[in-house]
Design a protein around this ligand. Structure first.
Ligand code: ADP
Ligand code: MG
Length: 718
């Protein structure tokens, strides 16, 4: 069972070059995504089993799993009429005693075991009423090669790895493959981490770490410890996974930030944050102030700003954006504010108009214009020409601003709301729009810091982890259903108080899904139920002007209830809305629901957020929604969401090509991620001008491409 001579293997070798892998097994491995030696090495066991020889026959106890080193005295096949397969019965002995062993149907054992054979047996000791003695039942058995001794066995006499059994490849087969490959790589000195990085972080070398992940050394500590991120081989590899990703991010960041920035801060800008604050009706929060300072720091550097503003719903990101824009405007540059939807663009234009009205002086030079699909004809032409001449300083709109090649005279600042709707290609397009403007991107939904670092690692991050004071609490309730009595008992009193109600549906008229309740239908039902109140309908299918009219009507209070699809998902501000009911809530991500929740309780009145799961929602789905009952903090919710759905799902289908981590956990290992990011940044910074670093870097990049085959595609589409 051992002793296959192995040719030395290369890490880059395909599995067809490994011994003992025929075409069938090759195909199965391929289906598991394992194509080369590295793939195999990075397929780690999910647990370990202690199959060391710890006892002699004399100290055996019933009910324990035990490894024994013993010699076969007798072995024979027995046919038991009631059983389909033959029973193999043996007696084994060591210097302390002897023990019966049985296997069911493993006839091949007769070929390997006979009187006098020394072997390892690992299995469970049970009491047999039939033979009235302890019996070792169906143990894993491996003969001892007298020359190699037991150290060389993969399966017994040691702590052994247990692998997932997929595509018909058993754990034992996988263990042997891993063992053979490791043996043929023995003495490998390759390490993807640059030596300085590894030493600074105090980590193990690569090959020993890989070996010990598969075949741990003897330890007296509990085996569970091998599964924790503190187990040295594991912690080394977790760091490595993060380092590789962050390295890529740093490299890409350099490729985006090609040129120097084109404008300087206004000269009189000695306390610009305080000056900005004096123009507002309320003080900035501490977090807002810090973010503004971060931005000032960026604007004082020679590179364009490339910053990510990460904030909970309602944390006041818009004002921070306004601050950034103002700095550019005062330097005589133009600024563009991109919003994901038309409704939001309008709202941002209004907010910026209020903030900049006074700041722009008598001629209101900083007032924004709105540019979107619905602006057409002569008006559009006028706007375009005023942007081209530089007369118009600030434009707010949807990303149509970018795609249609709107000419700017001197674009110095771009703010992008809801970053995840804009890919890196669009950011790059922006950066090349003439004068490499400063860029500030924002999320509409909080995402965990770890995910921000790994997805947007090429951006600097500012965190708004604080809400403005005086926010009213929003209570969250998961309902069983929303029948008529709910509406009469809970909603009617709200309407009587002249507060407003959102009803949200995940889909509109998706005819092939019976389950999806229909917003249009609900509009009719609610209109009938509350004849004395006006109910409005807002769907994604409506034309821009129609939508605007509905939103405007709701904002003014013409309607009491707004039935909507998720067009209202982002940022809309209706202070008088205190109730939101989300139907088929299980179809939304938690972070998205939290985003919706942020739409209510904004005007000093406490709010209630009702979640109504669809009828086919299971207990797990309900529990997931209940997380929102418990947590009101968006970052907490996002972490839970990430924990439950994993990064691919969390970020949405478009981004699911993320190179997945084999060991690292974005929720658990955030601290390691931060350290790896710092190390990558230091490495890339210091690598400039060092001759040996070119080699280190090409090795690193080669390794990344081998390890994450889709990485280039991922980088280009993200
Ligand atoms: P978000 O971060 O979700 O985009 P907004 O920028 O829309 O949040 O701000 C939410 C609300 O909070 C707005 O009505 C805004 O006027 C208000 N706001 C922002 N900053 C402050 C502050 N420092 N103090 C009080 N209210 C604030
Ligand atoms: Mg916002």
């Amino acid at each position: 069972m051992s002793g296959i001579a192995l040719r030395p293997l290369k890490l880059t070798a395909g599995l067809d070059q490994c011994p003992a892998i025929g075409p069938r097994r090759l195909a199965r491995l391929e289906r598991r995504g394992i194509r080369n030696v590295l793939d195999l090495l990075y397929t780690f066991p999910f647990r370990y089993e202690d199959r060391r020889v710890r006892v002699t026959i004399a100290d055996l106890r019933e009910g324990t799993e035990t490894g024994l080193l013993a010699t076969v005295r007798t072995i024979r096949k027995k046919i038991v009429p009631k059983l389909r397969a033959p029973v193999i019965e043996a007696e084994i002995f060591d210097r302390t005693g002897s023990l019966p062993v049985v296997w069911f149907g493993q006839e091949y054992l007769l070929k390997h075991l006979s009187g006098g054979t020394q072997a390892f047996f690992f299995g469970k000791i049970e009491y047999s009423r039939y033979s009235r003695s302890l019996v070792l039942k169906s143990p894993v058995t491996e003969t001892v090669d007298p020359e190699e001794g037991f150290r060389k066995s993969y399966h017994v006499g040691r702590i052994v790895p247990v692998y997932r059994e997929e595509e018909g490849i058993s754990s034992a087969v996988f263990r042997r493959l891993a063992g053979d490959v490791l043996r043929s790589l023995w003495g490998e000195t390759f390490d993807p981490l640059p030596p300085e990085v590894r030493k600074d972080a105090g980590l193990m070398e690569w090959f020993p770490a890989i070996v010990e992940m598969h075949f741990p050394k003897e330890t007296d500590r509990p085996l569970e410890e091998l599964l924790t991120p503190d187990y040295p081989p594991r912690s080394r590899l977790i760091f490595e996974e993060f380092f590789l990703l962050e390295y890529l991010m740093m490299v890409r960041r350099k490729s985006i930030l090609v040129s120097g920035r084109s404008w300087e801060l206004p000269p009189e800008g000695d306390r610009p944050v305080e000056a900005f604050e004096r123009g507002l009706p309320f003080p900035l929060t501490r977090a807002q102030r810090l973010a503004c300072r971060d931005i000032l720091g960026d604007l004082a550097s020679t590179h364009p700003m490339n910053r990510f503003l990460l904030g909970d719903v309602g944390s006041g990101k818009t004002l921070v954006a306004a601050f950034a824009i103002l700095q550019a405007l005062r330097s005589g540059r133009q600024a563009a504010f991109l919003a994901p939807t038309e409704i939001l663009a309008q709202q941002h234009a209004r907010t910026l108009g209020q903030v900049f009205g006074p700041a722009g002086g008598k001629d209101n030079a900083f007032l924004p214009v709105l540019l979107s699909q619905s602006v057409r004809g002569g008006e559009r032409r006028r706007i375009l020409s005023s942007l081209a001449s530089g007369e118009q300083k600030l434009v707010v709109g949807t990303h149509a601003i970018l795609e249609e090649g709107v000419p700017f005279h001197s674009l110095g600042m771009v703010v992008i709301d809801e970053q995840h709707k804009f890919g890196v290609a669009q950011r790059r397009a922006l950066a090349t729009k003439g004068q490499s403007p400063d860029v500030l991107v924002m999320t509409a939904t909080p995402i965990p810091r770890s995910l921000a670092l790994s997805y947007y690692g090429d951006l600097e991050i500012s965190l708004l982890d604080e809400l403005p004071p005086g926010r009213q609490p929003v209570t969250t309730r998961v309902l069983k259903d929303s029948g008529e009595s709910f509406w009469r008992q809970k909603i009617l009193p709200v309407l009587r108080r002249k507060e407003q109600v959102f009803v949200v549906f995940p889909l509109i008229e998706e005819s092939d899904t019976v389950e999806a309740k229909n917003a249009t239908e609900a509009h009719v039902t609610l209109s009938a139920l509350f004849p004395e109140y006006r109910v409005a309908l807002l769907t994604g299918r409506m034309e821009g002007e129609e939508k605007d009219a509905v939103m405007e009507g709701f904002r003014k209070g013409d309607f009491s209830i707004l039935v909507a699809t998720t067009v209202i998902e982002v940022g809309v501000d209706i202070p008088n809305a205190t109730i939101m009911i989300v139907e088929n809530a299980e179809r939304f991500g938690l972070a998205q629901l939290h985003q919706l929740r942020g739409r209510i309780g904004r005007g000093g009145l406490p709010g209630t957020f009702y979640l109504v799961p669809g009828p086919s929602t299971g207990e797990e789905g309900r529990q997931r929604l209940k997380i929102l009952e418990t947590y009101s903090d968006g970052f907490h919710v996002a972490e839970e969401d990430l924990r439950m759905r994993g990064p691919g799902e969390f970020m949405g289908v478009r981004q699911s090509g993320l190179p997945m981590f084999a060991l690292a956990d974005l929720v658990r290992d955030t601290g390691v991620l931060v350290r790896a990011r710092e190390a990558a940044s230091r490495f890339v910074g210091e690598a400039e001008g060092r001759t040996e670093s070119a080699w280190e870097r090409s090795r690193l990049e080669e390794f990344i491409r081998l390890r994450y085959k889709n990485v280039d595609q991922w980088l280009s589409t993200r």
